[in-house]
Design a protein around this ligand. Sequence first.
Ligand code: ADP
Length: 163
Amino acid sequence: MPGQMRRAIYPGSFDPPTLGHLDIVERASGLFDELTVAIGTNTEKAPFLPVEDRLELLRECSRSWPNVRVRSFSGLLVDFARQSDCSVLVRGLRAVSDFEYEFRVAMANRRLAKEIETLFLITRDEYSFLSSSVVREVARLGGDVSKFVPAAVAERVRQTVKG
Ligand code: ADP
């Protein structure tokens, strides 16, 4: 719509943020006037990194994109989207295995808020295997995660597994 800001939300756990997440942030930030990276906090049992660390790391890693802001939220994503005046939800798709879950969530969100669209961006092939859980697993087993996450995240991950 002319004159209206095009705002989108990229929601997730980002526990920890990976290069795959940041690739989606970069690409989505180019498609919208404003992109909010939104860390969901309601489904967490015991997170790997506290939400404050994820906020700080995502802010640091997205500094070079001026139209990206980082927030946390609890409760329903569509409520957060409405409060933030956003009508698009961005999600990344890596493989067919992501599709079924994403499809169900997108359908549920549409039932809850039919004015909100979900937009899927396909992963870059070099990140198609990459997930936060792979990073956590490699780190816990003593592996080097610096090829999977930005340097600041790698440092925080190392401190976390060292305890
Ligand atoms: P959740 O915890 O909600 O499953 P994540 O925080 O792991 O999600 O990821 C948030 C979003 O980023 C999801 O849409 C997920 O598919 C996407 N994503 C995660 N890793 C990648 C990647 N390597 N390439 C593209 N998209 C990704």
